[in-house]
Design a protein around this ligand. Structure first.
Ligand code: A3P
Length: 307
């Protein structure tokens, strides 16, 4: 376990990574150890990529996709934890867990692959092979709150600092994968040039059935209504929170300390209101207008009916 830090090398503390720029995008240094294999990754034309900025509902979309591909069979979806069913392409933590590329090399195609990479860092073969891709975006205010809690509990992310410090880091893009604004815009600009389904966390929250059907059609599947109903139920926040194959309790506490914050934390639209001060909201809005100028992407930071 190369990332142990402590007297005799045997303590139960992980040394948190540092951020280093990868083509200008801040990334955890541990991920860069395997970057060459990521760049050279050979996708199969039938492979499906699920791409997101961190905390945009990646795991939710992964579970929805797996349920659709397994024809709604809950037992088959419980065959393994999420990170084994749908590997994380650029993940690497030497001596601790096999890198995403290694897990993927052992899987038969067609496979489903998770990434948080901004569009410009995507391995070329996904585009050469014309792979289908699903991009899920979530409003930046809720992402900020979710990311802060996640970085507090996930020892494979840099130390978040206080909420106030983190707030500024996020707005400066000084977090893993850089600026949220660039990420959502980068994928948005490509969505009509490649087979990309661009969906929103808030839309799934508002009407999960409608969005599940959208994903199902994109995947070229047709499932009976009763099966779709089952998928809606099995992929609800409560079901996924209780399911050890989707709630990340399989990750050792030395990595994900779920006593600090649970992975399946709140699952709401608008939780930012419980964290942002009035001054932070003002600063956020001014920065948002500047960074998103000229972009037609629209995000909802609350849902009617307060879901
Ligand atoms: P919160 O921290 O706001 O609760 P990712 O999978 O990209 O890391 O995103 C994690 C976020 O998605 C967390 O947000 C988590 O609770 C939320 N999430 C996961 N599954 C969900 C579901 N079925 N319904 C609603 N939110 C979900």
């Amino acid at each position: 376990m190369s990332r142990h830090d402590g007297p005799g090398g045997g303590s139960a503390e992980l040394q948190r990574p540092k951020l280093v720029p990868l083509h200008g995008v801040p990334m955890p240094d541990i991920f860069l150890e395997n970057w060459e294999a990521v760049e050279k990754f050979q996708a199969d034309p039938q492979d499906l990529l699920i791409a997101t900025y961190p905390k945009a509902g990646t795991t939710w979309v992964q579970e929805i996709v797996d349920f659709i591909l397994q024809d709604g069979d809950a037992d088959r979806c419980r065959r393994a934890p999420m990170d084994s069913r749908i590997p994380f392409l650029e993940f690497s933590c030497k001596g601790f867990h096999p890198p995403g590329t290694e897990l993927l090399a052992k899987m038969p195609s067609p496979k489903v692959i998770k990434t948080h990479l901004p569009f410009q860092l995507l391995p070329k073969s996904f585009l050469d092979q014309d792979c289908k891709m699903i991009y899920c975006a979530r409003n930046a205010k809720d992402i900020l709150v979710s990311y802060f809690h996640f970085d507090s509990m996930n020892k494979l992310q840099p130390e978040p600092g206080t909420w106030e410090e983190y707030f500024h880091k996020f707005l400066q893009g000084n977090v893993s994968y850089g600026l949220w604004h660039d990420h959502v815009k980068g994928w948005w600009e490509q969505k009509d040039k490649h087979p990309i389904l661009y969906i929103f966390y808030e839309d799934i929250k508002e009407d999960p059935r409608r969005e599940i059907v959208k994903v199902m059609r994109f995947l070229g599947k047709a499932l009976p209504d009763t099966v779709v109903d089952g998928i809606v139920q099995h992929t609800s926040f409560q079901s996924m929170k209780e399911n050890p194959m989707s709630n990340y309790t399989s990750v050792p506490a030395i990595v994900f300390d779920q006593t600090v914050s649970t992975f399946m934390r709140k699952g709401e639209v608008g939780d930012w209101k419980n964290h942002f001060t009035a001054a932070q909201d003002k600063a956020f809005e001014a920065d948002y207008v500047r960074r998103m100028k000229g972009c037609h992407l629209r995000f909802r930071t609350e849902l009617q009916g307060g879901q």
